[in-house]
Design a protein around this ligand. Structure first.
Ligand code: FMN
Length: 209
């Protein structure tokens, strides 16, 4: 299928008055056009000195409560988020020349929500969550393979429980910005913002590109 044959959001997004439905449309568009991982997103955090850090994660869920991804809470990002309880995300869909930026406070998803998602992961990924001491030094590839073998033997039969250090974070947005490429770098930018994640969106502002 070529891009021309796909039905994408064509109406003027700057007319929209609600960001979640618009994000939903853009993610669906990206799912049709991106070669892989349309849900891949750069996740920014800050460390205790205020030094930013950024890496990719996969968005696993979103609704009006916020944007959810899963990780190891003992990882660098896990520690940075637990230290600040704030984060930002940036999607860039190259095929669509669109960007979405999300900022806000972070909450930890409920155990029930994390368990439900963990249960959908392939067995190997559930073992991996146990075997990987994410972001800590690994002496050799063999050490990781040994850890995988050990946990595979430990959980040879039955359910693989979710590690306590593996769960999800939800960014509860206080601002969501949509950006779309336009000729001559006169791009369209619209930012929705609100005082707190509990309030209604109190402003929608066009920004100079
Ligand atoms: C496309 C892509 C998706 C990724 N998704 C995740 C993810 O959902 N969760 C995760 O913990 N790491 C994910 N990673 C790995 C992270 O980018 C990163 O290497 C790892 O989480 C350690 O980051 P940290 O040391 O800052 O905690 C992904 C990497 C790529 C390239």
């Amino acid at each position: 299928m070529t891009m021309g044959e796909m039905k994408l959001t064509t109406d003027d997004f700057t007319e929209k008055n609600e960001p979640f439905a618009l994000f939903d449309e853009w993610l669906k568009d990206a799912t049709k056009t991106e070669p892989n991982d349309p849900n891949a997103v750069a996740l920014a955090t800050v460390d205790g000195d205020g030094l930013p850090d950024v890496r990719m994660v996969l968005l696993k869920d979103f609704d009006e409560q916020g944007f959810v991804f899963y990780t190891n809470f003992e990882s660098q990002k896990g520690q940075e988020i637990l230290g600040s309880m704030k984060a930002a995300m940036c999607f860039h869909w190259k095929t669509l020349r669109r960007q979405v930026r999300i900022r806000g406070p972070v909450e930890i998803v409920s155990d029930a929500e994390a368990d439900a998602y963990y249960a959908t992961r392939p067995r190997g990924s559930r073992i991996g969550a146990w075997a990987s001491k994410q972001s800590r030094p690994l002496e050799s590839r063999f050490a990781l393979e040994k850890a995988v073998a050990e946990y595979t033997a430990r959980y040879a039969i039955g359910n693989i429980p979710r590690p306590a250090h593996w769960s999800g974070f939800r960014i509860r947005p206080t601002s969501i910005e949509f950006w779309h490429d336009r000729p001559f770098r006169l791009h369209d930018r619209v930012v929705f913002s609100r005082e707190t994640p509990e309030s209604d969106w109190d402003s929608k502002t066009r920004l100079y590109p």
